[in-house]
Design a binder for this molecule. Structure first.
Ligand SMILES: [Ca+2]
Ligand SMILES: [Ca+2]
Length: 221
């Protein structure tokens, strides 16, 4: 009886402090699990509009506020992400490098430079972050565009309606002479090929040549 009592006291003395210390050193709470039902993303574009973002690998393409629609007008396609945990609390301070865009589906040859689609900054006090700065990307895609958090897509969204094209027509991460024959073929075909409709308005014509010429030589940083 006496031995058992000593043993119990010994165990308490040794292990209780260890148990109390463990949570403070393990940081088991980070990264927090974002709750897919509570985390959402959307573009600022009106419903029914299908914005196109013009990307250049060196980041000299269009800001999200300058996306284009079929009539050639610009539209604000800024993406806003609201990141929340299971208690619907905002998840604050997630680094921009942990949040990026990818493309759902198989259309086109969209390609991103390293870190070329990350968010503009970390999540703020309200758990939100945005994409407004130009991407560093090439190739084209009809989308949809997915927001990825820690490598997982947001389950609340099947993908954002946002398409992409670039003077890097062949999607190898640089605008160079090899992209020109692809553009020329689309130009003479006069069928409004999406990949070459760089000044997006539904037709491939002289106005689409300037973006290609101006970006010649632009590659990933
Ligand atoms: Ca290229
Ligand atoms: Ca055009």
């Amino acid at each position: 009886m006496r031995m058992r009592s000593i043993s119990a006291g010994f165990i308490l003395a040794v292990f209780v402090p260890v148990l109390l210390l463990a949570p403070a050193t393990a940081r088991a709470d980070w990264p927090p699990t974002f709750w897919e039902e509570a985390s959402t993303a959307e573009t600022a574009a009106p419903i029914g509009v299908q914005p196109v973002l013009y990307n250049v690998p060196d980041g000299s393409g269009a800001a999200f506020t300058q996306a284009r629609i079929i009539n050639g007008q610009t539209v604000n396609a800024t993406i806003t992400l609201h990141l929340r945990d299971a208690g619907w609390n905002p998840i604050v301070g997630v680094p921009a490098t942990d949040i990026w865009l990818e493309i759902y589906g198989t259309s086109g040859n969209f390609v991103a430079c390293a870190g070329g689609t990350v968010a503009d900054g970390p999540t703020g006090a309200d758990g939100t972050t945005t994409w407004q700065q130009p991407l560093r990307a090439g190739g084209w895609t009809q989308g949809p565009t997915a927001v990825m958090v820690w490598g997982l897509p947001l389950a609340t969204n099947p993908g954002l309606v946002l398409r992409h094209n670039s003077p890097d027509l062949n999607g190898d991460g640089i605008v160079e002479l090899r992209d020109v024959p692809l553009f020329a073929a689309d130009f003479w075909a006069r069928q409004g090929a999406f990949r070459s409709d760089l000044h997006f308005d539904g037709v491939v014509n002289l106005s689409d040549i300037a973006p290609l010429a101006n970006a010649m030589g632009a590659g990933c940083p």
